[in-house]
Ligand binder design. Structure first.
Ligand code: MRU
Length: 355
């Protein structure tokens, strides 16, 4: 059974229910977000995480923001609230473009709803757009899996990084969707999950999801990947992405870049799986992608551990993402198909063809 990370409960007066990913794999706990502040905190603290899931959650966050309005508020006040909520939620995390994409979609939908409509109708418009984004994500995830499963050969060892599964999306994920689809077709393969320092999304979340699905998985520390490749255990690498520039450079969890370099050195194909909502064509290449810097505490006390693993007061650098060069990506798998040897021309052609 595929887990559902983000669920809207009820109608326009409803709330957002998240699987609290900070507590996995030890505890499966739901977190209720009943206003935009709670959701902002949940995104910032990685209770909900992964590019598509952040986008879907933020879309519902707009509905939460509009709930602040009372009977006496005018449609003009609702439009101001809309702008404020979108700006506020957009400040929760900087790298995953799906966040801004989803907020823009809901904002545009509400703004283009005729001036004569009631407050209730504006709120309905926001909810129906958030529901549409959710449903599209489910469909995109499935299609990414279908388009990518052909790259999984029987007996292959697959290395993945961070978590790009159902926990990271509304549907069954991106990189893991490819694995789920191949598994459904009866292919035999084994997955190596990088633990993914410092927040351990690979060890805590990917290993948990693959176990639930009955797919064989081995957790490795991030610094073991090169040696694993050298042993001939890795036939392909596949990860998700948080933002893909117009030329195909792809931002993903810190450590992905190192894997791409290692894969090239060992002649191993390197795949990115991501929906078209992860492309940011306003950015020419990866150098312009904003990289989130997070608190040093996450490195010193992994997952809130009491015991510090570095001396008090030590300087820490903690970028949450890095950028893999397009030339080191064998192919990008989207819901529309596959971009082999991605570059600016091929990305543009791929996205136009499917539009
Ligand atoms: O910091 P996170 O856990 O939100 O980072 C998530 C990733 O880097 C994922 O690989 C990416 O969002 C793709 S998820 C389908």
């Amino acid at each position: 059974m595929i887990v559902q990370a983000v669920t809207w409960i009820g109608g326009v007066d409803g709330y957002l229910e998240l699987v609290d990913q900070r507590r996995l794999p030890g505890e499966f706990v739901k977190l209720e977000c009943r206003d935009a502040e709670q959701l902002h905190h949940a995104i910032r603290a990685l209770a909900v995480r992964g590019a598509p899931a952040i986008g879907v959650a933020a879309a519902y966050g707009v509905v939460l923001g509009l709930q602040r309005l009372g009977e006496d508020d005018t449609v003009a006040e609702a439009r101001n609230e809309l702008t404020d909520t979108c700006e506020y939620l957009a400040g929760s995390r900087p790298t995953a473009v799906n966040l801004f994409w989803a907020l823009d979609r809901v904002k545009c939908k509400v703004e283009t709803t005729s001036d004569r409509v009631t407050l209730g109708e504006l709120r309905e418009a926001a909810l129906s757009e958030a529901n549409a984004i959710f449903a599209e994500d489910v469909d995109m995830c499935r299609r990414i899996g279908e388009n990518g499963q052909r790259f999984i050969e029987d007996g292959v060892g697959v290395l993945t990084h961070c978590n790009a599964g159902a926990l990271a999306a509304a549907g069954q994920g991106t990189a893991l969707s490819v694995l789920f689809e191949a598994h459904r077709q009866g292919k035999k393969f084994h997955v190596y999950a990088d633990e993914t320092r410092p927040l351990l999304q690979g060890a805590r979340l990917t290993a948990w999801e693959l176990q639930q699905a009955g797919i064989g998985v081995t957790v490795i520390c991030d610094n073991m990947a090169g040696w694993l490749m050298k042993q001939g255990k890795v036939g392909m690498v596949i990860t998700g992405a948080d933002r893909i520039a117009a030329n195909g450079d792809a931002a993903n969890k810190i450590g992905t870049y190192s894997l791409s370099v290692l894969a090239k050195k060992h002649g191993i194909p390197f795949y990115i799986a991501a929906p078209s909502s992860t492309f940011d064509l306003s950015i020419a290449d990866g150098s312009e992608i904003p990289i989130e810097l997070r608190a040093g505490e996450e490195v010193v006390r992994p997952c809130g551990a009491e015991l510090a693993i570095a001396p008090d007061g030590v300087d820490v650098w903690n970028p949450a993402f890095d950028v893999t060069d397009a030339r080191d990506i064998t192919a990008i798998i989207t819901e529309r198909g596959v971009i082999e040897g991605p570059n600016a021309e091929r990305v543009a052609e791929h996205l136009q063809a499917g539009a």
